[in-house]
Design a protein around this ligand. Structure first.
Ligand code: IFG
Length: 526
């Protein structure tokens, strides 16, 4: 190489070095998008080896004028603001924007993306996210968050640079129902705690929050035509604390917060068992015509609505009517589990009548799979939790199965004998056990075509505060999110645990009080 050429190449190298961009001398590429630790694992990733840098001047462009798209853009801008200090502008455009932009566009591009899939194309010049509808853009934004350094999740201003590896991600979920259940009856959790749970599950592309709103220990939702349910039935909790309840306005606030994150709220009124809070609130609900005492213990199976009284079905109709009116999602969950104090010959007609009531109010029935001994209406979804026979009985009646096997997906199960919180009647569930299973093959007789999706359930007999919720939910939750989203052929514990280990910095940045399982190779910067 002539002296002149040598001089030029050394000068060029020095300029690049001083410009602060990293270049590994002699390496072909600077980044590898396929090596990023994204959870749930995307269906396909093609790396192109460069990076896009998010700057204060980066603008978020949405295609067209839709208010909904503006909201998605604003959500993204708000998420990026605390850690970057950038107040990224959200602008509308009719055509692809110029260099240095984030571009969100809905165009019925590709049927295989379905409702929540997306294509994320990242070049040096632009981050382009396209989907069939806004829900897909929202899911893709969660991926972009995970492609940025973990500090992006911090609540205070961090130094950059905010680099995103370039390439193309094409991604879409296997199951349409990917949920988490929070039992707010055993212990009550206020609106802000519920919103925190919504934010945490949204980050992992989950799309359902099931609220277990009533049980023996507490009734947690205002029903205007039966006011004592909340004021008396919601006045305590396990251990005797003050309990609490959501006014219908607060419940609607939760529903909107979830909806803005493309998460559906599924409300559960458990019946005919698990009803002591209601039985303590109204004497008429009891066959004895005597109200019970409030209950603050943790036994199950001792309560039942009086299934032989007409007034009981008037009560249920009022409750379902009011709940359906403030629940935009399709489902009302009628519970149905552990009705050990209800005779089988009373339970069956009870569940049949309750199904008619829910349908009459225009909603779809979800119930624990105990309800399969009744005559299931079309489109019922049975939630499997402990009884394989019930699941098969439900399938034999044409029902879809929501997979929540207690031995795999009950978040109140202790990690191991040393876990201070939780129970272990079903199993100890460490991180590997929580991940190593497939909803499509877990129950013999229940195949992929029968499975609506997956739901991880947190019962709160032993859970009293947000830190406890976080400790039991993380780090198992990202695994359930992946089981619901990623094709099983792309899932293996040995590969997943590495990606999970790299999320430790993200959990810390989000201030999540997670259980640092020794089964996971955590890469947490000190
Ligand atoms: N089973 C009960 C829950 C709760 C749970 C605790 C179901 C459907 C045990 N019913 O799970 O109310 O007590 O792990």
């Amino acid at each position: 190489m002539t002296y002149r050429k040598q001089l030029i190449s050394i000068t060029a190298f020095l300029i690049v070095l001083m410009s602060g961009s990293q270049i590994t001398y002699g390496a072909k590429t600077k980044t590898d998008l396929s090596k990023e630790s994204i959870i749930p694992r995307p269906v396909s990733i093609i790396a192109t080896g460069d990076y896009f840098t998010l700057k204060a001047t980066t603008a978020i462009f949405i295609q067209g004028e839709s208010e909904e798209l503006k909201q998605v853009g604003l959500y993204f801008s708000e998420r990026l603001k605390p850690s970057t200090g950038f107040g990224l502008e959200v602008k509308t455009t009719t055509k692809e924007p110029g260099s240095g932009s984030i571009y969100l566009a809905v165009s019925g591009t590709d049927p295989k993306l379905g409702n929540e899939g997306y294509v994320l194309t990242i070049t040096k010049k632009m981050v382009k996210l396209t989907a069939n509808n806004p829900a897909g853009l929202f899911r893709g934004i969660q991926t972009i968050r995970q492609l940025l350094p973990a500090n992006i999740e911090k609540a205070s201003k961090q130094t950059g640079p905010w680099k995103i590896a370039t390439g193309t991600i094409t991604d879409y979920p296997v199951y349409s129902y990917r949920g988490t259940m929070l039992d707010v009856s055993r212990h009550f959790f206020g609106v802000n705690d519920v919103k925190r749970v919504i934010d945490l599950i949204a980050a992992y592309k989950m799309n359902v929050l099931h609220l277990h709103l009533s049980d023996d220990q507490g009734w947690r939702i205002e029903i205007k035509s039966w006011p004592n349910l909340a004021t008396h039935g919601g006045s305590t909790q396990v251990g005797g604390g003050n309990g609490g309840y959501y006014t219908q306005e607060q419940y609607s606030d939760i529903v909107k917060y979830a909806k803005d994150r493309y998460i559906m709220i599924v409300p559960e009124i458990d019946m005919p068992g698990h009803t002591n809070a209601a039985l303590a609130s109204y004497a008429v609900l009891n066959c004895s015509d005597k109200a019970t005492e409030l209950y603050t213990g943790t036994n199950v199976g001792f309560s039942t609505l009086c299934t032989t009284k007409d007034s009981t079905y008037k009560f249920i109709d009022d409750v379902v009517r009011e709940l359906a009116a403030i629940t935009p999602g399709p489902f009302i969950h009628i519970g149905g589990d552990e009705s050990h104090s209800t005779k089988r010959e009373d339970y069956i007609p009870f569940i049949n009548k309750v199904q008619d009531i829910v349908l009459a109010h225009g909603k779809q029935i979800l119930g624990w799979d105990d309800i399969a001994i009744s005559t299931l209406k079309p489109n019922v979804v049975a939630q499997n939790w402990a009884n394989v026979k019930n699941a098969n009985l439900a399938v034999s009646q044409g029902a879809k199965i929501l997979m929540s096997p207690a031995k795999k997906a009950y978040l109140d199960m202790q990690y191991d004998k040393s876990t201070k919180l939780g129970l272990h009647w079903a199993a100890y569930i460490e991180l590997d056990s929580a991940y190593i299973w497939d909803p499509a093959t877990y129950i013999p007789g229940v195949g992929k075509e029968n499975v609506l999706g997956i739901e991880a359930a947190l019962w709160t007999e032993t859970i009293t505060k947000m830190d406890d919720i976080e400790y039991m939910v993380f780090p198992r939750l990202p695994g359930y999110a992946e089981i619901g989203w990623t094709p099983s052929a792309l899932r293996s514990w040995d590969e997943y645990k590495i990606r999970l280990g790299k999320q430790g910095d993200r959990f810390k940045a989000m201030d999540i009080n997670y259980y640092p399982s020794t089964r996971v190779p955590w890469e947490v910067k000190k």
